[in-house]
Design a protein around this ligand. Sequence first.
Ligand code: CAA
Length: 380
Amino acid sequence: MNFELTEEHKMIRDAARDFAQTELLPGVIERDENQTFPTEQIKKLGKLGFMGMMVSPKYGGAGMDTVSYVLAMEEISKIDASASVIVSVNNSLVCYGIEQYGSEEQKQKYLTKLATGEFIGAFCLSEPEAGSDATSQKTTALDMGDHYIINGTKNWITNGGRSDVYLVIAQTDRDKGHKGINAFIVEKGMEGFDIGPKEDKLGIRGSDTHTLQFNDVKVPKENRIGEDGFGFKFAMKTLSGGRIGIAAQALGIAAGAYELALKYSKERKAFGTEICNHQAIAFKLADMYTDITAARHLVMKAAWDKDEGNDYDISGAMAKLYASKVAMEHTVEAVQIHGGNGFVKDYHVERLMRDAKITQIYEGTSEIQKIIISRSIIKG
Ligand code: CAA
């Protein structure tokens, strides 16, 4: 067993760290406050290969492995979790979904642009009445022969107002249950496809989250992904990989808060010494460091499983469950270590605490991860 990163992995991690420090840190507080999408930064990330990290160079991607991807996700998320969710959805849901399950024509038409950051993508599964219960899709896609007609509403869609390509999950044949669900590539600007108001969120406020409306949207048959009825499995398989990206995001949020708390505790003095010398603070730091290291091992194991061709449904679910719990708990502790300063925006930890919460909700709540894990261990 080898826990060492390769030189290439270290280079990718360092490049992401440098980018986060020089390009994302300036203005991160203002973008959060004003809900500003990091347009220029995402363009630059695309040029550097971070928007299609795992996509084959044949389609314009960087051809890297999942371990590289989670290393980059951790570094970006330490500084700007809004930017990292944009990166994550584009990489592990949209690019991966099309590269793995799309037709050659779909790859040439869409993936080549998504992989370079020329296009941004969104993944549209959640609905007002179907978030966790993903088989209960109310959005319909009627088969009209050479095209489908899509009607319905999608909620809480990351990159909702900023995307060029939307992967939309919809029910074609209700009698067939999940086997009647399909996945489609819908383009921005298709007639009847409307972008609703932007959500005003607790965290990841620089990312762009919308409700989407589909009113008789005509989608050509060649935009369906996979065979008729493959849509639910497409969503589940794609989300399994997406969860590794969100686990890495949660890890980065926790690690970012920990690094700030450690630095602050070495500078701030109280009762005659730096506060890190008080056990009340030192023990918090020890717990944070231990839990973050454990979360990193789970994230790396899930990424490695995916790279090795092993099953990663369970390792990804465990990584997301644990890393998001660590992110939530330890961003609260990081605020506590900062005292009054932790409660104001300039010190960054209050933002990280707000950002942490979503990692326990999107791409499957913590309860969903527990369903996935428990079903597997009970089945044996
Ligand atoms: N890979 C392949 N197939 C899978 C699968 C997987 N990971 N998980 C389930 N399936 C298959 C099952 O084998 C089954 O197929 P068969 O009938 O042929 O055997 C079929 O799918 C139905 O599976 P279940 O009976 O297990 O389905 P269920 O209704 O009990 O639900 C669930 C399972 C795991 C709870 C699922 O509904 C789920 O993951 N829900 C959460 C959805 C989610 O993550 N939503 C987040 C929205 S996306 C988002 O947040 C993106 C963003 O913008 C950031």
